[in-house]
Each structure stands twice: as structure tokens, then as C-alpha cells.
Design a protein around this ligand. Structure first.
Ligand code: S3P
Length: 188
């Protein structure tokens, strides 16, 4: 991060190059990646790349449709290819789908010119955030704390291994989370 610091609340920073690397947001579904990416976009004028959205546009179909028509492995390969393509970019926020950090190849790509920020939340918070949305095939039909806990526990070691910094999001606003990210990136 360059010299500029984030002062006070919601300050709009005009310098579009506050970070000279990419910020890669990872974490479980509903951990707040898109919300935080959007806040950082507004605050730092950094471009956002929502991986899920790019894949949906490229394929011309929704994520549940991709899973149904081509299977999960096909979707995972699209994620890997997109991440490789994105490594040419600098100073962007990459908001990853929840499964992206589970592949070692993906993590190597992220780290080429990005700092990896893991957002976490309790299963109860995740459930609250995802309960009204049906576009996550891995949760559909099993939106409950038990299923979320099991999947989260299985993924945790890989998420933590990939992360440069970890931020808990429960009970915090996007502004608080963003400030914490900036502070921890400065320290790192
Ligand atoms: C997935 C997370 C989703 C999406 C897909 C698979 C996962 O993204 O990529 O449904 O495996 O955790 P979000 O984390 O943005 O919900």
C-alpha cells in the first residue's frame, strides 16, 4: 500500500492507485465478499471483478444452470482460467466465488500480484445472509446451520492457508471491515 492512509469514516479517496497490487477477497458463501468489494470500489475507486458475474456473462447462463448443464468440475475450471487471465491486471479488487481458494493452483495465481484477504463469519451469520437467495447450488436444499458448519469446517484449512490476512465480519459494517482490511494490509 502506498503512503496514503484511510482516515476517519467513509472518506472518498481520489487516488485510484492506493494499492499497487490486487486485493483478492476469499471466503465462504455469504462471508461478505461482494459487499466489501463494492464498498472498497466506492472508497478507493478501484475496479471490481466479480468472478461469478464474469463467468455468468461469459457462459450466458446462471451458476445453477452451469452446474446443472456441465457439472461442478467444468465451473471450477472456468474459475481457474479466469483467475489466470486476471493476473495481468493490477490495482483491482477480485471478489472470488467461495470455492476459488480451495484449489492450490488458484491460490498460486492469486498470490502472483495480489494480497489475499479471507473474510469469515459464523454459520448463523452466513445462513442469515444467504437464506433468501437461490443461486448457490451447493446450498440449495440444505440451507441450515448444520450443513453450512460442515462445509465450512471442511474448507477452513484451505481458506486459512491461502490467506495473507483474516477478517471476521460478524456484526460489523462494510466500512468497519474495509478499515480493518486497510489497517491489516499496512501492517502485513
Ligand atoms: C461457491 C460459491 C459461489 C459460487 C458457486 C460456488 C462455492 O459464490 O461461486 O455457487 O463453492 O462456495 P459466492 O461465494 O459469491 O456465493
Amino acid at each position: 500500500m502506498k503512503e496514503k492512509e484511510m482516515h476517519g469514516k467513509d472518506e472518498k479517496l481520489s487516488n485510484p492507485h492506493i494499492f499497487d497490487y490486487n486485493i483478492v477477497l476469499i471466503g465462504f458463501m455469504g462471508a461478505g465478499k461482494s459487499t466489501v468489494a463494492s464498498y472498497m470500489h466506492k472508497t478507493f475507486s478501484m475496479e471490481i471483478i466479480e468472478m461469478d458475474q464474469v463467468i455468468v456473462e461469459q457462459q450466458g447462463m446462471s451458476i445453477p444452470e452451469i452446474f446443472e448443464k456441465h457439472g461442478e468440475e467444468y465451473f471450477r475450471n472456468l474459475e481457474t482460467q479466469l483467475l489466470i487471465d486476471l493476473q495481468e491486471r493490477k490495482n483491482v479488487i477480485i471478489s472470488c466465488g467461495g470455492g476459488v481458494a480451495l484449489r492450490e493452483r488458484n491460490v498460486r495465481e492469486m498470490k502472483k500480484n495480489g494480497r489475499v484477504v479471507l473474510l469469515t463469519a459464523s454459520p448463523e451469520t452466513i445462513l442469515e445472509r444467504v437464506k433468501d437467495c437461490d443461486d448457490r447450488p451447493l446450498l440449495n436444499g440444505a440451507k441450515n446451520v448444520e450443513h453450512i458448519t460442515k462445509l465450512m469446517d471442511a474448507r477452513r484449512p484451505k481458506y486459512e492457508a491461502a490467506a495473507d490476512i483474516i477478517i471476521a465480519t460478524d456484526g460489523k459494517s462494510a466500512s468497519e471491515i474495509c478499515r480493518e482490511i486497510v489497517g491489516k494490509l499496512q501492517e502485513a
